[in-house]
Design a protein around this ligand. Structure first.
Ligand code: SF4
Length: 219
């Protein structure tokens, strides 16, 4: 764990410097999304790779498994803008139209569930999970189509129990997640600071609602 702690501390310093650098030098959003955020995610991945080597059992996650991709993933406004930024460059108009349609369907379902009665966030997540609605970006062969610009929380989610347990919603509490806790809070802080700086808002929300809200901020 010594190496993980050392790398995590380096990441703390790096992310603080990055925030200062961006805000003090008025780095444009496009430059940040093109050059600096990919570097940040690369460093984030490196810390996670070291952390995962310390897992108590082999990590079960891998290609062609999207069992956790129907959970209510929380992202920042900046991550939503980043996803749109890459999608707009890489997707055809036809694909974009399909994404919008699928997004609207998911937002409607989510609104319906949350309006149904007063429920807290955990209950909302459980109810949404039970619908088994795959993430917008999950392909038919169960891979992430936005893998290189996926949100941080999707990177920091690994399980160390048999993969088939993840599909068994009735016994989902058996699943043991191996997640670097400091990276979650560090990343939320980073996302909130830079979301406020670039977009003027910092609140995290479900990927569906946040994507729907921040499309217009995409450069
Ligand atoms: S963005 Fe990718 S990894 Fe994250 S929930 Fe969607 S398909 Fe899964």
């Amino acid at each position: 764990m010594e190496r993980v702690q050392e790398l995590t501390q380096k990441f703390v310093d790096y992310s603080k410097n990055l925030v200062n650098n961006v805000t003090e030098r008025n780095i444009p959003l496009v430059t940040f999304l093109n050059d600096l955020l990919p570097e940040y995610y690369q460093f984030y991945n490196n810390v996670l790779a070291a952390f995962n080597q310390e897992a108590p059992a082999p990590i079960s996650c891998g290609p062609n498994c999207g069992a956790c991709c129907s959970t209510l993933v929380q992202i920042s406004p900046l991550e939503a803008v980043n996803i749109w930024f890459h999608i707009k460059k890489e997707y055809t108009n036809e694909q974009l139209t399909r994404i919008f349609e699928q997004l609207q369907k998911r937002v409607n379902i989510l609104n319906k569930i949350s309006n149904f009665e007063k429920i807290d966030h955990d209950e909302l997540c459980t109810l949404y999970l039970k619908q088994r609605i795959p993430c917008l970006f999950l392909t038919s062969d169960q891979n992430c189509s936005i893998h290189h610009f996926r949100p941080a929380i999707c990177r920091n989610h690994h399980v160390v129990t048999p993969p088939e347990w993840c599909d068994d919603i009735e016994h989902i509490e058996r699943v043991k997640i191996w997640r670097h806790p400091n990276l979650v809070s560090l990343d939320v802080l980073f996302q909130q600071k830079l979301s406020t700086y670039f977009i003027g808002v910092s609140s995290m929300g479900s990927m569906q609602q946040t994507l729907a809200m921040y499309y217009r901020f995409c450069p």
